[in-house]
Write a protein that binds this ligand. Structure first.
Ligand SMILES: NC(=O)c1ccc[n+]([C@@H]2O[C@H](COP(=O)([O-])OP(=O)(O)OC[C@H]3O[C@@H](n4cnc5c(N)ncnc54)[C@H](O)[C@@H]3O)[C@@H](O)[C@H]2O)c1
Length: 330
């Protein structure tokens, strides 16, 4: 089925706003629903914006009744691992209950297709690398558990009510589209690439690498960085795939891992700034290495990352922070 009108929940946030840009460029009519708790009005790339909170079921139901969307893309969540350990209730509420509200509103209004942002945090400590989709799911943080709980909900809603779903497990989302006014601006920012770039550009005073005694080539953690526009491409391909396979899940990564210090080196080379990070203790629950086996997505979705080269990502992030040193206007 050709899709033309889509609803993007969480489309004012980092990954969601890039998806909206990609979808718009691909000719889709995009409506965003966001409560702006973490997103920005100036990151909106859509024809219609609905300011609404997924936790407000009556409002969500009313909004879903107003239009028929060909597919719903769900990016809305709290996503800080450390914060989820300190305040799991907020995570079960804003992630699980709000996803439940979305599914109930879909059921009540005849919407039957959802593409959900999941995470490699559903796997927990890797028993085997690279991580494939069948790897045991033993999440170690409340954040990862809420995402896995939603994945289970999606399976059950498919079996019982026929709601089709794609669960896309991202590794480390990175990169941006500075030429289209889009960047990465989480507050607080916990992601390595923007933090190293901000330090290099003297927009922050301190850069801490957590742990330099991991069993990796230079002692720092290894992560798999995937460009947000490659993620966006996979979302549209996964949406199309739901026409033939109603319940799918894919890892989205490049399969290549970079250590934290390799990321620092890339920023050093490209910015010309000599960066000297501090080393702090390991963060609880941070595995030494997280790298995707994304061969299933490559095969079944005919998807291939084309924007995820680390140096290119770093160049874009430097460009974004050079243009918008304070990020988006609050
Ligand atoms: N960024 C990453 O590296 C990464 C990795 C794996 C998975 N993910 C997942 O991708 C999704 C997007 O991540 P992001 O980095 O863009 O996060 P983000 O915080 O930038 O965006 C989330 C958006 O959802 C909105 N939102 C949150 N709760 C809402 C609610 N109750 N009702 C309506 N809107 C709400 C926020 O205002 C924000 O605009 C999340 O589900 C996250 O778990 C992200």
């Amino acid at each position: 089925m050709k899709i033309s009108r889509v609803l993007v929940i969480g489309g004012a946030g980092y990954v969601g706003s890039h998806f909206c840009l990609f979808a718009t460029k691909n000719g889709l009519d995009v409506t965003v629903m966001d409560n702006l708790s973490k997103g920005y009005r100036s990151a909106l790339r859509c024809s219609e914006f609905i300011q609404a909170d997924l936790l407000d079921y009556d409002n969500v139901l009313m909004r879903f009744s107003e239009h028929k969307y060909d597919a719903i893309f769900h990016f809305a969540a709290n996503c800080l691992v450390g914060e989820s350990v300190l305040d799991p209730a907020a995570y079960y509420r804003n992630n699980v209950i709000s996803a439940y509200n979305m599914l109930e509103a879909m059921k009540a209004t005849g919407h039957d297709k959802v593409i959900f942002s999941s995470t490699c945090a559903v796997y927990g400590y890797p028993k085997k690398l690279p991580l494939c989709e069948d790897h045991p799911k033993e999440p170690i943080s409340p954040y990862g558990r809420t995402k896995l709980a939603i994945e289970w909900m999606l399976e059950d809603y498919n079996k019982a009510y026929g709601i089709k779903s794609a669960r896309l497990r991202y590794f480390n989302a990175a990169g941006c589209e500075p030429d289209f006014g889009l960047g990465e601006d989480h507050r607080p920012e916990t992601h390595l690439v923007p933090n190293v770039v901000r330090f290099a550009l003297k927009l922050s005073d301190e850069l801490t690498i957590f742990g330099n005694d991991y069993p990796t080539r230079d002692g720092t953690c290894i992560r798999d960085y995937i460009h947000v526009m490659d993620l966006a491409d996979a979302h549209l391909k996964a949406c199309a795939r739901l026409d033939t396979v109603p319940l799918i899940r894919f890892n989205l990564g490049t399969g290549a891992g970079f250590t934290n210090l390799e990321v620092v080196d890339s920023v050093k080379r490209i910015s010309g700034v000599n960066i000297v990070p501090k080393f702090g203790p390991r963060r609880p629950g941070d595995p030494a290495e997280l790298v995707a086996d994304a061969s299933a997505a490559q095969r079944d979705l005919n998807w291939k990352p084309t924007r995820s080269d680390l140096d290119s990502i770093v160049k874009e992030v430097i460009k974004w922070f050079s243009t918008c040193p304070q990020g988006y206007p609050s």
